[in-house]
Design a protein around this ligand. Structure first.
Ligand code: FES
Ligand code: FE2
Length: 375
């Protein structure tokens, strides 16, 4: 954490009463704070010698893995004539553009032109390079100031590789601005949507706190049903169990903890103004014999992903995309929100967008933003 962040990380307790507020639309137009690590793909989607085209907030990036497994990320445009570098070929540790074969090293420096006489100097040509790392079976990119990449890290996941926890990876694509997706994740009051899937019900917002780069909400939620029992959420299938869920938006990703029973790390990749992706890792404390897990872990992961999580997620995606379409049809339309947690994350998203533009001064920009909610 930077010094400026630390000094402005003042905790703010927010009211948990549900009161009508007019939503400001500015949040649907803002970009990202690039000075964070964003996941762009599952690590197994990029084998040695392969190149993958990825996009972070409208920046096209060619990601490649050398034969030795090292990762590099270059701007997806050849400095010679602009051909997309992801169409090229991995040659040793370098990436060769497909058009004329100019070769670039992992830092984006031109290190070879196949038709240049050996006596002649290489042209001064450099593609932008991005810090990249592999962690938790994901590949992460840092699209912001490379000098800050070392000072920040992807989320910490102590459950990862811990045999007490069963992990289910889930990813999705949405045709919606990342603020719409983030509001969906914070919005525990939409259990109504999932009632046919035996989701949660009767949520109550218990506490809400906001800092410079986080919004943490605690809700009480109730569960019932066979699936809830199997996942350890309720004690008996036919009885209602109430549990506390903590939902934390630590910009730009989500963490959700359910009383030591399950943990969710939901990483958001903003692709463009109306396009987002998510990479989630769910951890459950399911007690299964070791031999069973060894044999059936991938199968169980697939079943849970397809028949549990994707069913919830597809319902959410339909809502988010509908929200986006209505917004695009008339960006002036006013909306009404009553959950203070949603208002808080809208404020945070706008603030984070403003921070790098104001040169990371650490000055809080929250106080008055145009169209500030009126209570
Ligand atoms: S455009 Fe890439 S080498 Fe010419
Ligand atoms: Fe949902």
């Amino acid at each position: 954490m930077s010094h400026t962040q630390a000094t402005t990380d003042k905790m703010m307790e927010l009211a948990t009463t549900l009161t009508t507020q007019t939503v400001r639309n500015a949040v649907r137009e803002v970009g990202i704070n690039p000075n964070y690590w964003y996941p762009v793909t599952w690590a197994n989607q990029l084998q040695p010698g392969q190149i993958l085209a990825v996009t972070i907030w409208q920046q096209a990036i060619a990601l490649y893995r050398t034969g030795n497994g090292e990762l590099y990320a270059l701007e997806d445009a050849c400095p010679h004539k602009g051909v997309a570098l992801h169409k090229g070929i991995v040659q040793g540790n370098h990436l060769a553009c497909l058009y004329h074969g100019w070769e670039f090293d992992g830092m984006g420096e031109c290190v070879g032109v196949p038709y240049l006489p050996p006596t002649q100097k290489l042209p001064c040509a450099k593609a932008r390079s991005y810090p990249v790392q592999e962690k938790y079976k994901l590949i992460w990119l840092f699209p912001g100031d490379p000098a800050l990449a070392e000072t920040r890290q992807p989320p910490d996941m102590p459950e990862f590789d811990n045999p007490d926890w069963f992990m289910v990876p889930v990813s999705a694509k949405m045709q919606a601005h990342f603020s719409i997706c983030n509001e969906n994740s914070m919005d525990v009051f939409h259990g109504f949507l999932h009632q046919n899937l035996q989701g949660w019900f009767d949520p109550v917002l218990k506490s809400l706190r906001e800092t410079e780069n986080t919004v943490c909400a605690e809700y009480d939620v109730s569960y019932k049903g066979r699936m809830a029992k199997w996942l350890g959420l309720s004690d008996r299938a036919n009885e209602v169990t109430t549990r506390t869920i903590s939902v934390q938006y630590r910009y730009p990703h989500y963490y959700s903890f359910l009383e030591g029973v399950s943990t969710l790390y939901l990483m958001r990749l903003p692709v463009g103004p109306t396009q987002s992706r998510s990479f989630a890792l769910f951890f459950f404390k399911i007690r299964l014999p070791k031999w069973f897990r060894r044999l059936f872990e991938p199968l169980l992961q697939t079943i849970l992903e397809r028949f549990v999580f994707m069913r919830f997620l597809n319902q959410d995606i339909e809502m988010m995309e509908s929200e986006q379409q209505t917004y695009l049809a008339n960006p002036q339309r006013r909306y009404v929100e009553i959950n203070p947690a949603i208002i808080a994350i809208q404020r945070l998203i706008v603030r984070q967008f403003d921070t790098p533009r104001s040169k990371d001064t650490g000055i809080l920009l929250t106080e008055k933003i145009e169209g500030e909610p009126t209570i």
